[in-house]
Design a protein around this ligand. Structure first.
Ligand code: SAH
Ligand code: AVI
Length: 322
């Protein structure tokens, strides 16, 4: 959004830079975080209700069953810091169990974040809630008010899967720096499963995921003065077995040309823009990923079908290793 003086906010400059560089890349790609403007956040909420999209309901059931275990192991009274909190829809289960000193939801989708925090407050009248709008890939400064409390980091929804493993480790290490020694991290991770189940979850019958993906083009047209003909692109969800991930793409259905922020682009029929990765992890992968970033896994809970894992880890003190 432009400021009153007409200059662009840092987030808008970052969006423009990422889109222009991404569309011009040899394999065009736009970082998945830009899927979440207000409309994108609303569409994601709709996705969580779809019969094909198993992650949200599976993680919710795991939280219902194990939030008291989280409190038993990690204790109560910490400041809960949630990364990519979205609607915070599952968080009350945890907040009730761990009786936090404060709640800090962090999200890049600012308006949606503030509305969600305001909607949560009446259910927790005495709880200080400090929403922080920001990109968790950059250093996040937590509110001074939570400086002296132990932190319980929460990273639900398998949002970690939206990062390539190298970036995921960088983020987990940065989270440890943000949360500090003595902190805990509760993280949701989606598991590898039957390809047909995975593809259906990202290419649903009602077309909500397609709308979520195509909304990126609407956002580019609206915020970056784009002329992309939306109907010239179709949503595709592909299982990439070698990379162990679902990929979302927007594929051109005909040859076309358009401009974004005055810059020209051409796409041939069949060419695509890669818009999201959603990595799926194996049985013991969470341990390695977390350990690579200085977190030691303390407990891991999964549903009976092994679809999704909820992992509780502890910040490890640096120590000599053989
Ligand atoms: N935690 C919720 C929402 C998951 S959707 C759940 O489990 O259902 C992913 C959320 O992460 C969105 O709300 C999106 O806006 C946010 N997000 C994605 N990339 C981000 C980034 N780089 N920094 C901050 N928030 C981000
Ligand atoms: C937020 N994130 C973990 C979701 C996922 O499953 O990768 C986003 C999403 N993309 C398509 N459907 C849902």
């Amino acid at each position: 959004m432009a400021t009153e003086s007409g200059t662009l906010e840092p987030a808008d400059l970052a969006f423009r830079a990422d889109v222009l560089a991404g569309l011009a890349a040899p394999i065009p790609a736009v970082p998945a975080r830009w899927l979440y403007d207000r409309r994108g956040s609303e569409l994601f909420e709709e996705i969580t209700e779809l019969p094909e999209y198993y992650p949200t309901r599976t993680e919710r059931a795991l939280l219902e069953r194990h939030c008291s275990d989280v409190a038993r192991v990690a204790g109560t009274g910490a400041a809960v810091v949630e990364f990519g909190s979205g609607s915070s829809a599952k968080t009350p289960l945890l907040l009730r169990a761990v009786d936090p000193a404060a709640y800090v939801p962090i999200d890049i989708s600012g308006d949606f974040l503030r509305d969600s925090a305001a909607a949560l407050q009446p259910s927790f009248p005495g709880l200080p809630i400090f929403p922080v709008e920001g990109d968790f890939m950059h250093p996040i400064r937590l509110p001074d008010a939570v400086a002296n409390w132990t932190k319980l980091g929460v990273f639900p929804g398998s949002t970690i899967g939206n990062l390539v493993p190298r970036t995921a480790v960088d983020l987990l290490r940065a989270m440890k720096d943000t949360l500090g020694l003595g902190s805990w991290l509760l993280i949701g991770m989606d598991r590898v499963k039957d390809e047909a189940v995975l593809v259906r979850a990202y290419d649903d019958e009602a077309g909500v995921t397609a709308a979520f993906n195509l909304n990126l083009l609407h956002r580019i047209n609206r915020e970056l003065d784009g002329t992309i003909p939306i109907d010239a692109f179709r949503h595709r969800a592909i299982w990439n077995d070698r990379m162990s991930r679902i990929e979302m793409h927007l594929e051109a259905v005909r040859d076309l040309a358009f401009t974004v922020a005055g810059k020209p682009f051409r796409f041939a029929r069949g060419a695509s823009i890669h818009t999201e990765n959603s990595h799926k992890y194996g049985l013991r992968d969470a341990r390695l990923l977390l350990r690579a970033a200085g977190w030691g896994v303390v407990e891991e809970w999964t549903d009976d079908a092994g679809q999704f894992a909820l992992v509780l880890a502890e910040a490890e003190a640096p120590r000599f290793a053989p």
